[in-house]
Design a protein around this ligand. Structure first.
Ligand code: B12
Ligand code: SF4
Length: 461
């Protein structure tokens, strides 16, 4: 029996491949969603993994089942692929965040959907398929016991050069917080589950090379677990990057231990510089007055900092772009992921925006943090788009990248600069250049318009 598992690509992730080039490898790093499904597939099945960003897909190859992992942004592409396979008589199963949150919509495009984690239900689905009685919907009744996670069949993803690293590991699932825009909180429900540290270490120690990426959403949420994990990582002498919240910096001994265990960079969600916005999204544990100090603490330990910033929340006005740029400069942030406010189905914020009838674009492909899909409160949609583009192009201007790299070298050392800060910056710069991202500062444009000057004059800060 033959199973094909697909990671579909859309938007910027697909655009370069269409031109015969590939998106920067720094934007590609995990096949764990589909590898986890492969891990619980009966061993006599032949499995092929297709990452649409990298691989060509032969629709006509004989296969008995197709499984597609679906995020909201890739849902339209996933549905297109599903239609092609079903037209060829091949059953299709959709799983992941989007089918979990919108099962009725996803169910219309598939023979079956899996809601939630694959591990508890996939073996039963396969048994039902073989017996000719596959059900339209499978959903686990309880979170999977992570102690039972099988070893991942990593040999199915031998595509090293196209990924920042294939050494991706998940030590925890979920997050104890409840930020109102977050899919993780909505998907995993209450709290965070941690794997046994010994299992994680066993997995990490089998990985080739020095680099590891923990794709966890909040690796240091449970400080006792983080302490145990970091301590056990020290003898492996790996270099690793991950995501957590800035609260880690309030525990200098944990930061020191992270650095000692090889941590070279952390992605943290600052989200906004407005306390009102933070309160709107229930992320008040982020303390804006402490941001700079917390970032300094990480830098002093030699840990690089990439931050997530959301633009277009209700208390943002046209001056938010320039203020944010100044803050990122002053705080010495190594990289920024700029996100246009996007309410994702399944989250409390999506329900709120739907109720308020503020969502004007339901094309899920646009739910990639690059498109304005909601009527903003403090500016026009065009200003939000232009300002977000402008911030990205300014932050990743060659001048700023050069200045940041010079600063990063003594701060993060050669390994931190080469493994984290420089490649991320170059990847974003490449994206800005390839897609001609430019925009303009809406506050300046308004000023110019008020003075009767052309409003789209390019502005540099
Ligand atoms: C690695 C990653 C990527 C990779 C590839 C994703 C992949 N699926 O392999 C890349 C870098 C390409 C990527 C891109 C994007 N990503 Co991304 N990504 C992640 C990340 C950090 C880890 C994914 C992972 O490996 N998880 C570990 C596995 C084990 O968990 P899982 O994916 O949930 O899979 C389990 C179940 O969902 C289910 N399942 C999943 N797929 C399938 C398929 C089948 C057939 C079955 C049966 C079951 C099943 O079973 C699995 C095992 O239990 C997640 C965050 C997260 N924690 O998941 C975000 C996340 C999935 N990404 C997200 C987003 C928004 C994006 C982008 C739109 C924007 C961005 N981040 O810049 C782009 C879109 C790309 C595009 N347009 O093509 C959101 C999705 C939100 C949503 N509701 O859709 C997430 C949740 C991040 C977040 N915190 O909001 N991403
Ligand atoms: S802290 Fe991060 S992962 Fe946790 S709920 Fe908030 S945004 Fe989601």
């Amino acid at each position: 029996m033959k199973l094909t598992l697909i990671v579909p690509a859309s938007g910027l992730w697909a655009a370069r491949k269409a031109k015969g080039k590939r998106n920067g490898k720094w934007f590609r790093f995990s096949l764990l969603s589909v590898l986890s499904v492969a891990a619980v597939t009966p061993p006599d099945w032949e499995i092929e993994i297709i990452d649409e960003q990298v691989d060509d897909l032969d629709l006509d190859r004989p296969r008995d089942l197709v499984g597609i992992t679906v995020m909201t942004a890739t849902a339209p592409r996933a549905y297109q692929l599903a239609a092609e396979f079903r037209r060829r008589g091949i059953p299709v199963v959709l799983g992941g965040m989007h089918p979990t949150f919108l099962p009725e919509e996803a169910g219309r495009h598939a023979d079956a959907i899996v809601m939630g984690e694959a591990e508890p239900v996939w073996p039963a689905l396969i048994a039902d398929l073989l017996a000719g009685r596959m059900q339209p919907r499978y959903a686990a009744h309880a979170p999977f016991d992570l102690a039972q996670l099988p070893r991942l069949p990593r040999h199915l993803s031998p595509r090293g050069p196209h990924y920042v690293t294939l050494n991706t590991v998940q030590a925890t699932r979920g997050c104890p917080h409840r930020c109102r825009f977050c899919s993780i909180a909505a998907f995993h429900g209450n709290g965070q589950r941690q794997r046994a540290v010994a299992h994680v270490i066993d997995e990490v120690s089998r990985l080739p090379g020095h680099h590891v990426m923990f794709i966890d959403d909040n690796l240091a949420a449970n400080r006792a677990f983080a302490r145990e994990l970091f301590t056990a990582l020290v003898p492996l002498e790996k270099q690793w990057i991950s995501q957590t919240t800035l609260s880690i910096a309030d525990h200098p001994e944990l930061v020191a231990l992270a650095a000692k265990s090889g941590c070279k960079g952390l992605f943290v969600g600052l989200e906004t510089l407005s306390p009102e916005n933070l309160s709107d999204v229930s992320k008040q544990f982020n303390r804006i007055d402490r941001f700079k100090r917390q970032i300094d603490t990480l830098h002093r330990a030699g840990i690089g900092v990439e931050t997530g910033i959301v633009l277009g929340l209700d208390h943002d006005r046209p001056d938010v772009f320039e203020r944010t740029l100044r803050f990122t400069d002053d705080a010495g942030i190594d990289a920024v992921q700029v996100a246009v406010f996007t309410p994702l189905p399944g989250t409390p914020l999506f329900a709120q925006m739907e109720r308020a009838k503020r969502i004007f674009d339901h094309n899920w492909e646009h739910y990639d943090y690059r498109h304005v899909v909601v009527e903003p409160r403090g500016m026009t949609p065009e200003e939000l788009q232009a300002g977000a583009d402008w911030l990205i192009s300014q932050f990743y201007s060659p001048r700023r990248i050069a200045a940041r790299s010079i600063r990063a070298l003594p701060q993060l050392g050669l390994s931190g600069t080469l493994f984290f800060s420089l490649p991320v910056n170059m990847a974003y710069w490449n994206r800005v250049r390839t897609f001609g991202i430019a925009g303009h500062d809406p506050a300046r444009a308004r000023e110019s318009a008020a003075q009767g000057r052309p409003s789209y004059a390019p502005t540099h800060v």
